[in-house]
Write a new protein. Structure first.
Length: 131
């Protein structure tokens, strides 16, 4: 059992190391009820800043998300952690620990991240490229 926990922590920490740094969204789509909303196409841009940290069991690192349109930038601070042997990414609202958003990590390399979230008949796809 100790080896299993160590392996899981190691894969999760390796994913955190790959996420460390600045990322720009190259895809941000939500599909719901047969319709697709493309947030980049309507003029929004998203930048993700993942802080690297040493991940311990049930611990979170900091994530800053900047959403920009033609006129303003909105900054959102989240906490994040990688779980499930490096295959899941959780965002949590630091002001509300019950507000957790879970994504499946479809791809994670040093230059590309592909995330998918299925929730209430809606599927969200986010793809990030290292800046």
């Amino acid at each position: 059992a100790i080896i299993l926990v160590f392996t899981a922590c190691n894969k999760n920490q390796n994913a955190v190391k790959k996420l460390d740094g600045n990322w720009k969204a190259t895809r941000y789509e939500v599909r719901s009820n047969g319709k697709t909303s493309d947030y980049l196409e309507i003029g929004l841009s998203f930048n993700y800043y993942f802080d690297n940290c040493k991940l311990k069991q049930n611990q979170y690192c900091q994530l800053t998300i900047d959403m920009t349109n033609d006129f303003t930038t909105t900054t959102d601070i989240k906490l994040y952690r990688v779980t499930n042997y490096g295959k899941a990414l959780e965002f949590i609202d630091p002001l509300d620990n019950n507000n957790i958003t879970r994504y499946t990590i479809q791809k994670l390399s040093s230059q590309t991240v592909k995330l998918k979230k299925t929730e209430n008949n809606a599927i969200t796809y986010i793809e990030l490229k290292k800046v």
